[in-house]
Design a protein around this ligand. Sequence first.
Ligand code: HEC
Ligand code: HEC
Length: 511
Amino acid sequence: MAHWGITHTSVLALAVFSAGVAVTRSLAEEPPPVDQGLLNEMVAHDPAEAFIYAFDAGDELTEATFTSERGVGAYVGELLRFTRMPRPDLTGPGEWSQHLPMREGGPNATSCISCHSVPTANGAGGVALNVLVDPLHIGEPAQYLERNTLHLFALGAVQRLAEEMTGDLQRQRDALEARVCESGEPDVQALTANGVAFGSIGAERIAEVPCQVAFDTDGIEGVDEDLVIRPFGWKGTHATIRAFTRGAAHNELGMQAVELIGDADGDFDGVTNELTVGDLTALAIYMAALERPTSLVELADHGIVELGDEQRSAITRGEQAFADAGCGSCHVPSMTLRDPMFQEPSAHPDFGEVILPNGDEAEAHGLHVAQPVSFDLTADQPNNQIELADGSVVNLGAFERTADGGALIRWYSDFRRHEMGPALADPVDAFGIGAAVWPTRSLAGVGSTGPWLHNGHATTLHEAIVAHGGEAAASRDAYLALSAESRADLVAFLENLVIYNDPNAEEEDDP
Ligand code: HEC
Ligand code: HEC
């Protein structure tokens, strides 16, 4: 116990230190690397402490302002360390275009929260913080993709829902395969998960012993052919918090994780081992366990904020208008998660990794599926445990537990992709998903973020709705057909979906 107790204390001491002297920054504030082996030992002895240790370390890592000593930035070329514009023109030895892995943008920042900042740390971002990416290295500014910063709250629920829905879809495919093997007759299976339709998959037997089946994937809708739901990023390109974060650290901060690049110096800045395997575990746990977005109505019901009668009834009417206009067909108000335990590494084969991107076995780096850092999404979130006027404490950070032990997740998404029409198209289809195809963006917290949409071009919620086209055209038209009062009510309902941080929480950190 003792030998990790010391490390744990020193991490906490750093937290206090940085809270106390916010004005000056020094190297000493850079968080020490997290040791996955140490985390594993803690998991074996006291899983709850391992979770809190990882959460606190992830907090430090997202807040830290990294320096060149730790490898922030990159050798871009032309003696530059950072660049807001992707520079595929810089092709000399060790320059931007030759970094490993291939660069999509930046590096353009020294901390995570310098972008994730609206309305608070870990939040979304204003347009000044938009990121330009050029994943295909086209080098043509008109074809750069523009991305507004997303918030990082409660991402564990998102990954867990994606894991469960992926499992459901894959079980339907496997049942089809078994049926076709048994009967020898071609067959088609409708695909659904949590009440959301994903088209259908066909199968035909092409060999009897052992049975082999050819799938017809043309009917699959809204998800990749492997049926893995990838909920992260505006475009839905990543399945896990961990994988997305590895990319963010590389592209935005110029920090290459060991699990991405091994011992190599992928960005030619003279620093290796810029983020450890333990660092990535801590970051994933931290964002997974951040407090969930809430609503003004919920906060008012607890006496935390005031809500006038007129505003409250506008929100209630707006919720009805939202349903009537068909918004909820994509922005599904809530889903039930059957198993609320989040674990890192994930137990789901398509979400955990056997082989890391650097080619090493995950096990060799201490990532054991059977011995994960884990927590309960309905109970364990450390933030937003709020003391009410009557002295009782409500855990507003945690998701509501359902009667059968699941979690109620109010995420306002169907976790599938839709064709959204020309007004929302990227200038180029960089991922082969379709330039105008996007997964339904969650509306959880949407009243506290903005500007809205993938490129942040909507400065009001009204503009964001009006930009909807394609599969959402009928719903947009239903919204436009509402009276001005009903449209205002609908917007009031969206503005009620807020991100809230307990203002008293900071004080607990102070000495
Ligand atoms: C330069 C600004 C910037 C910095 C710095 C930055 N991010 Fe982001 N982040 C973004 C943008 C923009 C997006 C949306 C990207 C997209 O969809 O392609 C995003 C998205 C994410 C997401 C996906 C959220 C979701 O719901 O899909 C995660 C996770 C994330 N960032 C974590 C981090 C972490 C951790 C760091 C620090 C290591 C970091 N980011 C640094 C701008 C930034
Ligand atoms: C066919 C599915 C679909 C329907 C129907 C739909 N949306 Fe959306 N919505 C999306 C997608 C996809 C995005 C992300 C688009 C983008 O950023 O390019 C989005 C984005 C949004 C955003 C911006 C979120 C943010 O964080 O920037 C708001 C607000 C929104 N929708 C509200 C509504 C309302 C209100 C309705 C009903 C009038 C509605 N949507 C109907 C799919 C849909």
